[in-house]
Design a binder for this molecule. Structure first.
Ligand SMILES: CC(C)(COP(=O)(O)OP(=O)(O)OC[C@H]1O[C@@H](n2cnc3c(N)ncnc32)[C@H](O)[C@@H]1OP(=O)(O)O)[C@@H](O)C(=O)NCCC(=O)NCCS
Length: 188
């Protein structure tokens, strides 16, 4: 499932970032800025929950009298007949699978892929393709383009498979390494 980035994803994104770009990982504050700049096009791929919460037998659904507090707003209450509000029981749905971030993409409104990465455990499963297609299917974009390290043959093969073409080189873009500019256009 692909959804917009939220702040609770930040630590997972940083972990993917460090393993994907060991030479020049983005800093935490860079991602916070990207979140502010591109709230609609900073997207994450998360594993879909495999099952709905089972509230019938789970021990966590057993009544536990508690105080209603702001941080319990996500739960829901069960108020047995005849009880007063002091004994309201709050129940939080339990999911048997934790949400895990598998990858992310950030692109600008004019089609620049600012970053894309998939956790190494989950590569070659079509996740990068789905993320990149989100940018490619953004209807108003006349082109989608990215910089790729000269030495990053995996990403070059990925973009090529996705129909991108190499259109130029920026010498020393990464300090001592050139960037290849790859581009895709819906009208090409
Ligand atoms: C590039 C990256 C995002 C691709 O993500 P992914 O989820 O593994 O890619 P997909 O599974 O969607 O690959 C789609 C197709 O692209 C090609 N491809 C992807 N990675 C490839 C690789 N390392 N070598 C050769 N071809 C590759 C394949 O044709 C693949 O289809 P196939 O697996 O059926 O053969 C991922 O490898 C990554 O995070 N790399 C590190 C970060 C990075 O380099 N980002 C790009 C910076 S510009």
């Amino acid at each position: 499932m692909i959804r917009p980035f939220s702040l609770s994803d930040l630590d997972s994104i940083l972990q993917i970032e460090k393993q994907s770009f060991p030479k020049s990982p983005y800093h935490r504050t860079t991602f916070l800025n990207l979140h502010c700049l591109y709230p609609e096009t900073f997207l994450v791929y998360v594993n879909p929950p495999t099952s709905q919460p089972d509230v019938s037998n789970s021990p966590s659904t057993q009544p536990q009298a508690g105080r209603v507090s702001a941080d319990m707003e996500q739960g829901y209450s069960v108020i047995p007949k005849g009880k007063n509000l002091d004994s309201v029981e709050l129940i939080h749905p339990t999911y048997d699978q934790k949400v895990e971030i598998f990858g992310y993409i950030v692109f600008s409104r004019d089609g620049h892929i600012i970053s894309i990465a998939v956790h190494s455990k989950h590569r070659r499963k079509g996740i990068g393709k789905q993320l990149l297609q989100r940018a490619m299917r953004t209807l108003h974009l006349k082109r989608v383009w990215a910089e790729v390290r000269n030495s990053n043959h995996g990403a070059q093969a990925f973009y090529s498979k996705m129909g991108f073409q190499m259109i130029g080189v920026v010498p020393n873009y990464y300090g001592n390494e050139d960037a290849l500019i790859v581009q895709w256009s819906p009208i090409a």
